[in-house]
Design a binder for this molecule. Structure first.
Ligand SMILES: NC(=O)c1ccc[n+]([C@@H]2O[C@H](COP(=O)([O-])OP(=O)(O)OC[C@H]3O[C@@H](n4cnc5c(N)ncnc54)[C@H](OP(=O)(O)O)[C@@H]3O)[C@@H](O)[C@H]2O)c1
Length: 214
C-alpha cells in the first residue's frame, strides 16, 4: 500500500516510516520543509512537500491510505491548535474523500474521549482532537482512530493496552514507537475500520491489542 504520513517528521511519524517500509508498504512522508527530505528517505519514505496551512492536497496523489500524525505541538498558541489539529485534520479528510483515498488512520488523543477532563488548560486541544475525530467518523472513509495517552520517546516494547470507545481511566504513558506499530497493525487489520481505540502502555502484543473485542 502507498501510505501517506502527514507529520512524517514528527515523533510518531519518524517511527512509523521504517515500520511501514519493513512491513512491505511504500511510505510517503509529507513534510513542510525540503530540508527534511533526506531524513525521510533515510527512514525508507518517499518525501513530498505539503503544508496543512497551505498547499497540501497534491501530496496525496496516488496514495491508498493516509495516516494523520501532525500536530501543532505544545509550544504554540490555541490558534495553531485550531489550524493544524482541527482544520488541518479536516482538510486531510476532505482531500482523501475528493481523491478517492478510502483508508485513514487518525492519531488522536486519549482525552478526546472526554475533552472536558483535567488539566483544564488542555481542554481546547482535546476539543480540537475530538472534533477532528467526529468529522472523520461522519465521513465515508474507512477510518481507524487511535487515541494514545501521553507519548514518550522510550524504546518500543511491542506491547500496549487498549480500550475500545470510552471505558477506562487514562493509563500509563506509551512510547511513540509502539503507537507507530499500532498504526501498522491497524492498517493491516480490516476489523479496525470504524473503531476508536484508546492506547496506553501495557502487556498485550500490539496485533492483539488492536483487534476489536467482537
Ligand atoms: N504529545 C503527546 O503526549 C500526545 C499524546 C496523544 C496524542 N498526541 C498526538 O500524536 C500525534 C503525534 O505527536 P508527536 O508528539 O509525535 O508529534 P510532533 O513530534 O509534535 O510532530 C508533529 C508534526 O506535525 C508537523 N506539522 C505541524 N504543522 C504542520 C503543517 N502546517 N503542515 C504539515 N505538517 C505540520 C510538524 O512538522 P515540523 O517537523 O516541520 O515541525 C511535525 O513533524 C499528534 O497528532 C498529537 O496531537 C500527542
Amino acid at each position: 500500500m502507498n501510505v501517506a504520513v502527514i507529520g512524517a517528521n514528527g515523533g510518531i511519524g519518524r517511527e512509523l516510516l521504517p515500520r511501514l517500509d519493513d512491513a512491505g508498504h511504500d511510505p510517503i512522508g509529507i513534510v513542510r520543509d525540503e530540508s527534511q527530505f533526506d531524513e525521510i528517505r533515510d527512514r525508507g519514505g518517499e518525501p513530498r512537500l505539503g503544508d496543512l496551512e497551505g498547499e497540501f492536497a497534491d501530496a496525496l496523489e496516488a496514495c491508498d491510505a493516509v495516516v494523520f500524525t501532525a500536530g501543532s505541538g505544545g509550544d504554540t498558541d490555541w490558534g495553531k491548535t485550531l489550524l493544524i489539529d482541527l482544520w488541518g485534520a479536516r482538510r486531510s479528510i476532505d482531500a482523501c474523500v475528493e481523491q478517492g483515498i478510502d483508508r485513514f488512520v487518525m492519531i488522536s488523543s486519549f482525552n478526546a474521549s472526554e475533552p472536558l477532563g483535567e488539566p483544564e488548560a488542555m481542554r481546547p486541544y482535546w476539543v480540537a482532537k475530538r472534533c477532528a475525530d467526529d468529522f472523520l467518523e461522519a465521513s465515508p472513509l474507512e477510518a481507524t482512530i487511535l487515541r494514545p495517552t501521553a507519548l514518550t520517546d522510550d524504546e518500543g516494547t511491542g506491547h500496549v493496552s487498549s480500550a475500545f470507545e470510552y471505558p477506562g481511566e487514562s493509563g500509563a504513558s506509551i512510547p511513540r514507537a509502539d503507537v507507530a506499530q499500532a498504526v501498522v497493525a491497524s492498517l493491516e487489520n480490516e476489523d479496525t475500520v470504524g473503531e476508536t481505540i484508546r492506547l496506553f502502555g501495557g502487556e498485550t502484543p500490539i496485533d492483539t491489542a488492536v483487534q476489536p473485542e467482537n
